[in-house]
Design a protein around this ligand. Sequence first.
Ligand code: PAZ
Length: 319
Amino acid sequence: MVAAEDPESFFATAPPLGDTGAVVARIQEFVARNSSHPSSEGGGRRRIVCVTSGGTTVPLEQRCVRYIDNFSSGHRGAASTEYFLKAGYAVIFVHRRGSCQPFCRFLPDDSFLNFFDVTTESKVQVVESHTTVVKKAIGEYSKAIEGGSLLKLPFTTIFEYLQLLKMVATCMSSVGPHGMFYLAAAVSDFYVPWDSMAKHKIQSAGGPLDMKLSQVPKMLSVLRNQWAPTAFCISFKLETDSDILIQKAEMALSKYKMNVVVANLLATYKEEVVIVSNGERNTIRRCSEDEDLEEHIIKLLEKSHSKYIYSSTDGCAKN
Ligand code: PAZ
């Protein structure tokens, strides 16, 4: 294996997150508090899910002017987080900075300033036309925050994302089968290792840019084998060619020992997904644009997670 493609070298050379100690302390506190909390759905303890959402960037320069990005908006992760919270899960939402956020999906796409009116010299209020949606969003969001069941951790680069995932997974290892990983983020497959990256802005005077990208280490293996061996793990597989989608999803299922792989195509991912698990394929389609596909996905996964907890604890522990 090339050094850059080895997980240990990746972490050893990645620029460390600025506030690692504080982030770890927040995750540990969140996990300890929620895992000792009885489930709001009755019976058993509260489950915790790490939802990853949005796309990672690949910087091309250490003092980054340019980067490679991808299309992911974070809508799937944000919507899924809402449904997990509704189902009684505590959620660690690892998301791309500036991507779609839970409970904000239905806010109008207006400029922030179009939301408000100045009524008197000292008062600003939400414009009449937006009041209902804003009130709903604030109500639902406040409930999750005040109930202590939502922790939001932002990333931008592939370096930040994988360091956060490692921290969350390590902190969640004590939760065992009650923990779930729902990996909807679109994670770069290729990157420029930090120690071989140009320090300053790449100059055009040198002619065309010839750049070799290394493969990002296969962290799903590490997640399953080292960080979270007993958690319920769901990864996503996005393809553009329908002929290879299911085969690739099945490969991820067995190679990385995932419990479920959610397969989707770029052309139809908002309308349908195929839930691939051992020996089973379940196609889920939404019937109308008013419906959230994620509501159906989470319902199905919650059931599979219950079965998993039951089988992991020999049916002794309540789920
Ligand atoms: O973030 P979004 O709602 O725009 O898109 C969701 C998605 C297509 C990124 C997700 O469903 C997915 O497939 N994630 C994994 C992508 C991958 O194979 O890397």
